[in-house]
Design a protein. Structure first.
Length: 482
């Protein structure tokens, strides 16, 4: 029975995260970029100003809502989304992409991110547009809502929208226990044991205590922790990676040459069929890029929809920044740190190091920090992975509430916290594979919803560009006054 489940899962996982699924994800990004007239490129200065730039100039971005107001600030929604997004994929995922796809995989990771920006943007625009308030006063939004009310609003699509909304919620709920919980904390426990000799059950107990205090406190408490934890962990890791890169600054030009050459290498490192090297680079670059920033999976929109923003495009721009920060900044720094450290032959793209995953990144950091390098990465994984668990607790809770109602959500939260301990102490290879599949399956109904509603996203975007960026309303008022 177990073997049959494994075989079925491998088959489904191969379809979802194989050529078909990755092609669908990339195609969606290209289509959404086209219908929105390349918003992420054409208006880059504007969305940077309205996101990271506004944090320092607009107090409304970071201002907390009143205690009785269940909405969270725009900055809190970003931090909570990035808590779930910036995870082990930024360390282990990048290392895996380099090992299996060569340095060229990083180029295709960038490509996936550049188009994924508009997928994440579109999800967030729809999330704000179709969100609704729960009985407790919290904003609820996500793919399940724009599938049911958006896609379901088309003639003859009501039943389809309802079914897809339920499927998305079920996949999200199941994935939250695996990729959003057990796989993350298992990575933490393993690294804490190898770096600091802390037994997994001790790590499990500590994480359960911390997790219960935060998760059972609801979204506002999760968001309050995320807005402090995410900037700290991101800055800590970025500074560490920059130190490693600065130490190997002479190799940096060769790193970018290797990435660009490897992206179009006709042969894999060490020989191979013509075209095989390109195929491996593209496959692993796209796959790790999708895993890292989660654009197209419909996950982060569930927390972005809880923001106190009223302008859909404003939250959409935070979605663009989320992907940019996760992949273009954090993943790139990991890649350059690894490649510049000598772990890879930059001429051939062949691996020099025998390490894999976090061990490869730890080796790169050890070239500068010595024995403290592996400990630094263990702490980074602790922060990255546990923040991912906090973010996914909200995703799973949103899915649970959609399926079973808000009054029973405490059942999910208690179960989620309990599974943290088991995740730290159990061997979970099958559970990881299954959760990987459910995570990928979220993509299918989500992309159906986003693509079917892309004309609406285009109209909302055009309205915003005309009104806010081009100031057509102001021109019309001046004309009328004259």
């Amino acid at each position: 029975m177990l073997e049959m489940i494994t075989n079925i899962n491998n088959a489904v996982n191969g379809i979802v995260w194989g050529t078909v699924g990755i092609t669908l994800l990339l195609a969606a990004g290209i289509i959404l970029t086209a219908v929105n007239k390349g918003f992420q490129f054409a208006h880059a200065a504007h969305w940077i100003k309205k996101t990271i730039g506004a944090i320092f100039t607009d107090r409304h971005i970071t201002a907390h809502t009143a205690k009785e107001n269940k909405a969270i600030s725009q900055f809190q929604s970003l931090c909570t989304a990035m808590a779930a997004t910036i995870g082990t994929g930024n360390i282990v995922g990048v290392a895996t992409a380099i090992i299996l796809g060569g340095p060229g995989a990083i180029f295709w990771m960038w490509v996936m991110a550049l188009f994924g920006m508009m997928t994440n943007y579109s999800e967030n625009v729809l999330g704000i547009y179709f969100r609704r308030k729960s009985a407790s006063g919290e904003w609820r939004g996500g793919a399940m809502y724009y599938l049911k009310d958006g896609l379901g609003g088309y003639k003859g699509c009501k039943k389809l929208g309802t079914v897809l909304a339920v499927l998305f919620s079920a996949f999200c709920l199941l994935a939250s226990f695996g990729i959003g919980n057990m796989s993350q904390v298992n990575s933490i426990a393993g690294n804490m044991e190898s770096a600091f000799s802390i037994p997994p059950f001790v790590t499990g107990i500590a994480l359960v205590i911390i997790g219960s205090v935060v998760i059972l406190g609801g979204l506002k408490r999760v968001a309050a922790v995320a807005e402090k934890l995410v900037p700290f962990m991101a800055i800590l890791y970025i500074v560490g990676a920059l130190v490693v890169i600065a130490f190997h600054i002479g190799a940096v030009p060769a790193v970018f040459v290797s990435i660009c050459k490897g992206a179009f290498a006709a042969k894999a490192a060490g020989g191979g069929a013509v075209g095989y090297g390109i195929q491996k680079a593209i496959t692993w670059g796209f796959k790790r890029g999708a895993f890292s920033n989660e654009a197209g999976l419909g996950s982060s929109v569930m927390v972005h929809s809880s923001s106190n923003v009223t302008e859909p495009v404003q939250q959409g721009m935070w979605g663009i920044f989320e992907v940019f920060c996760d992949t273009i900044i954090v993943c790139t720094l990991t890649a350059v740190a690894v490649l510049s450290s000598g772990a890879v032959d930059l001429q051939t793209g062949a691996m020099v190091s025998q390490n894999a995953g976090s061990g490869l990144v730890g080796e790169a950091f050890s070239t500068v920090f010595g024995g403290a390098g592996s400990k630094f990465i263990a702490i980074a994984i602790l922060l990255f992975a546990f923040s991912t668990t906090l973010g996914w607790s909200h995703y799973g809770a949103t899915a649970w509430q959609y399926l079973f109602g808000e009054k029973t959500s405490v059942i999910y939260k208690v179960a989620f916290v309990v599974m943290i301990f088991f995740g730290c102490t159990m061997s979970l290879s099958l559970a990881w594979d299954l959760s990987d599949t459910f995570n990928g399956l979220m993509m299918i109904p989500n992309l159906i919803g986003v693509l079917s509603l892309s004309p609406l996203v285009a109209r909302i975007t055009k309205n915003y560009v005309d009104r806010v960026i081009r100031g057509k309303d102001k021109e019309a008022m001046l004309s009328a006054a004259a």
